[in-house]
Design a protein around this ligand. Sequence first.
Ligand code: BES
Ligand code: ZN
Ligand code: ZN
Length: 497
Amino acid sequence: MAIRVKRGRIEEEPADAVVLSFFEDEEELQKSVRLLSKKISGKIGKIIKDGEFKGKANQTSLIHTIGELPARRILLVGLGKKKEFKIDKVRQASGVASTYLRRIGIKKITTALHGDGISGVSVSDLAQAIAEGSILALYQFNEYKTQNLDEIKEVEELVIVADHDLDQIDKGAKRGEIVAEATNLARDLVNHPSNYVTPARMADAAKDIARAYGLKCKVLERRDMERLGMGGLIGVAKGSHEPPKFIILEYNGGKKKTNPIVLVGKSITFDSGGISIKPAEKMEQMKDDMSGGAAVLGCLKAAARLAIPLNIVGLLPATENMPGGSAIKPGDVLKTMSGKTIEVISTDAEGRMILADAITYATRYKPAAIIDLATLTGACVIALGNHAIGLMGNNSDLTGKIRMAGEQSGERVWELPLWEEYSEQIKSDIADIKNVGGRAAGTITAAAFLSKFVENYPWVHLDIAGTSWNESNRSYIPKGGTGVGVRLLTQFLLDYV
Ligand code: BES
Ligand code: ZN
Ligand code: ZN
């Protein structure tokens, strides 16, 4: 879908459908809306007076104008209470309106700049949220459908109409488009099944980005990993016939000698659990265990398109976790690239073992920060559900920046304590550490495990197990892979500048 910003007045705009937004507690109609309502015999005022439409968050009401206005239809959408306003309400309203209009076959959507005039919110942020909400909501994954393709509806264009600050609005819309498209790339990678998205395909996706936007990409093969002593990654890969890949994607937008921010993404293209095999129920969802890696790729693509003036490195340890005849077994001991040894209690706690090597590799860059994203623990789903990313780290400045980016991007994080007492649970009798610390505080002990490999670099771990997959359609997040992390990290990088 193309996005365009157009100078004009919404009440004068010829269109198939115009989207207007309202606050729940709006005492009086905004001037442009009043003018517009007057032209259609006060219809908007009546609908509101009758209580049919109250402006509650994401509420909709469609009005046919029947020749009284250049626009054929008006879709009202609610922003909720004014004092509860946050930028995500615009994203949500735009998403709800866009999917509504797609459902009734609209190809070109014309929209007002929702929330315009609210103090403290810039028009470029509003335009970004409108673009993001619309593109993210209209995402569909139909790659494997062969029947009734003619029934698939698509919106072709979104036009934002405004009569002031067009430059700023244009900038915001462009930013929203870039971030949303990068998110949809991550969603595609997650939604493709694991017989398509193998470690080699993850590497291809990284190379595609490198080629298109001038990044550096290097892919380490098993023999390279052996040379580096990446026993964690090699160990996990042993049960699978798919060759593992260690993918390195470097974007140099900053000054030559400035230390990079390193993003590490767990890329288990299928997690069967290995010898500690998972129950069959819902196992098909474990194709999403590469969501961290997908987010890192999306983020680097967005960073390059936005020309963010920073050096950023993406590291993706990629493998399947399978129970083949050569697979690692509970009780085995692996030696990681750091030299530290791991006792494998469960082969299903594989993510932390591949991340251990990736984090050690990250330290080679003397990074300004290490941020890892991983669908790491079922315990995170239990603790935080689907609405918050679990956050743990060793640096409050970095943590604070991520938290702020979470509020702005709508991908919110919640911190769990990473006190040293938790490390007691991962002490091993025969190795340096063990990969499972019991059922208590499973999300934290996983992070405690990772912390043993970060040395003294500022580091944040983001557990996206609860947020990477969506069970039912939400305002702008359709069922399936969510692409979580792309918006959060891109916003973090933009702010970091
Ligand atoms: N990929 C899973 C975590 C996961 C579980 C993500 C459910 C999304 C939904 C991870 O590799 C795993 O299996 N973790 C184990 C660790 C345990 C054995 C200590 C878990 O959480 O059960
Ligand atoms: Zn697992
Ligand atoms: Zn896993």
